[in-house]
Design a protein around this ligand. Structure first.
Ligand SMILES: Cc1cc2nc3c(=O)[nH]c(=O)nc-3n(C[C@H](O)[C@H](O)[C@H](O)COP(=O)(O)OP(=O)(O)OC[C@H]3O[C@@H](n4cnc5c(N)ncnc54)[C@H](O)[C@@H]3O)c2cc1C
Length: 455
């Protein structure tokens, strides 16, 4: 069967696009969603069941639909889970809200387009003569579409050192993908753990370990040893026009520091910048984008991606009690020593190598910076010249309407939604940005299907 639209992926990006399509398409249209995740709509982010795994964005900005901002807040209130000021909802609740929103749209069978949710992994694709793209499924099937939206998310970054030569018994103690939560059950209560990476994923894993009764020591290692800040009671955004910001990194940083002094709080400056980040990124020359990624990214991350206040307080307590120790350094190698792992690193401000002896090494270096290495499907699409890699390693090349630009001319209408499009938009990993993109792409696809717009 050839569908009018095929969405590949089953996380937030796919479900946000699908909900918007259902609202726009006529009953005669057909849509398929191909996803290998059992929890359609949850993805890695929203399948956690731990209450301390909170959203890092206030509920009022997490509605699936940008033009109906109270969607999630109302959902919480209807379930008698209203939030007090300054509270952040759990990611589990958000996953349920996304699922419920889709289910409500699917219940109306009479007037909506046909939707098939297909639980499968797409491993390859074939471009057909009739301007359709067929996706080959791991289970042997094929699903073809005239309009295709890639919503694949991004993979987990590989460890930055080669551990392939270690014995199997050592490799078992290296958790390359912490989102497969089964590893937590294998860690002993008093084991020593080294977490590589000091961002949001690290905080998630520290809290998950403690929620399971873990009382051992956790050493955190990252190049700069910077950990995310916490949210505080919101103040009004700083009063400056982001359009007037300079576009060289040094001048930009200088200006933002000055604005922080005027506002009295850097958070107000970040909050003012937040809705304009995509526009600022679009104005940055390529060399300045490279400079930003090379030098400013760790600072950007900790200021921009703040955590809920009580999550931050819990993490700070663990640091103050010495249960979590953060080291700034560069990982050199991992060796096996008896039943332990020896983690060798070069401390940031010191000469020579240092060693941590631990039972476990957990890779929390974050999501791969929107690369392609994790996805055989993307590798195949690149081979077919349907897509090309962003020059800065930020996913794939798309135009400002999220249309994919490949290396060869193609008759297929191909879009991407989510972090795969970070090269074009930069700020496109969180729900408040993705939902706008999903709505725009769905609007475009629906217009084509309704025959309002040509190829
Ligand atoms: C731990 C965590 C916490 C976060 N917290 C917040 C937050 O508080 N607020 C916020 O706004 N944002 C948050 N985010 C950002 C979050 O990533 C986005 O909001 C959103 O979940 C991204 O969704 P996605 O669909 O683009 O990607 P994903 O959620 O990664 O979903 C992609 C899906 O596609 C499937 N897939 C991939 N390839 C194939 C294939 N070939 N065939 C079939 N299926 C495939 C994958 O299995 C996956 O289910 C968080 C992210 C993480 C990881």
């Amino acid at each position: 069967m050839i569908y009018d639209a095929v969405l590949v992926g089953s996380g937030f990006s796919a479900i946000a696009t699908l909900c918007n399509l259902i609202e726009r398409l006529p009953a005669t249209a057909t849509v398929a969603v191909i996803g290998d995740d059992p929890g359609f709509g949850r993805g890695t982010a929203y399948r956690s069941e731990l209450y301390l795994h909170r959203l890092n964005v206030p509920a009022g900005r997490m509605s699936l639909f940008p033009d109906r901002p109270n969607g999630f807040v109302d959902w919480l209130a209807e379930r008698k889970r209203p939030l007090r000021d300054g509270d952040f909802a759990s990611r589990q609740d958000y996953g349920l809200y996304v699922r419920d929103s889709l289910a409500a749209l699917l219940r109306n069978k009479k007037n909506r387009c046909k939707v098939d949710l297909i639980r499968a992994k797409a491993t390859g694709c074939v471009e057909r003569y009739n301007a359709t793209l067929g996706f080959l499924l791991e289970n042997g099937g094929e699903i073809a579409g005239r309009n295709v939206v890639l919503c694949l998310g991004v993979g987990n970054a590989p460890l930055p050192v080669d551990v392939s030569r270690l014995a199997a018994s050592a490799k078992e103690r290296i958790i390359e993908n912490p989102w497969r939560l089964s590893w937590l059950r294998r860690v002993g209560r008093n084991d020593d753990v080294c977490i590589l990476g000091s961002g949001l994923t690290m905080i998630d894993q520290v809290l998950a370990l403690h929620a399971r009764g873990f009382r051992g020591k956790i050493d955190v290692l990252s190049r700069r040893g910077l950990v995310p800040h916490g949210h505080v009671a919101p103040k009004p955004p700083a009063d400056f026009d982001p359009q007037t910001l300079p576009v060289t990194m040094s001048a930009l940083l200088h200006r933002l520091r000055e604005e922080s002094k005027v506002a009295g709080d850097w958070r107000s400056v970040m909050d003012r910048l937040r809705p304009q980040t995509q526009a600022l990124w679009a104005r940055l020359p390529a060399a300045e984008r490279v400079r930003f990624l090379r030098h400013a990214l760790p600072w950007w991350n900790i200021h921009r991606h703040r955590v809920a206040p009580d999550v931050h307080a819990r993490f700070r307590d663990l640091m103050e009690s010495g249960e979590v120790v953060v080291h700034a350094g560069f990982l050199l190698s991992v060796e096996q020593t008896g039943n332990s792992l020896a983690i060798h690193y070069r401390a940031r401000e010191a000469r020579g190598s240092r060693q941590l002896d631990v039972d476990w090494l957990i890779n929390c270096t974050g999501v791969e910076r929107a690369g392609m290495a994790h996805s055989p499907l993307l590798a195949e699409m690149k081979r077919l010249a349907l897509i090309k890699a962003d020059p800065q390693g930020l996913g794939i090349v798309v135009n400002p309407q999220s249309r994919v630009i490949g290396d060869a001319a193609s008759s297929v209408r191909l879009y991407a939604v989510g972090a795969l499009t970070a090269g074009q938009f930069w700020e496109i990993t969180a729900a408040p940005d993705i939902r706008i993109q999903a709505q725009a792409v769905a609007g475009d696809v629906a217009a084509v299907i309704a025959g309002k717009e040509g190829g």
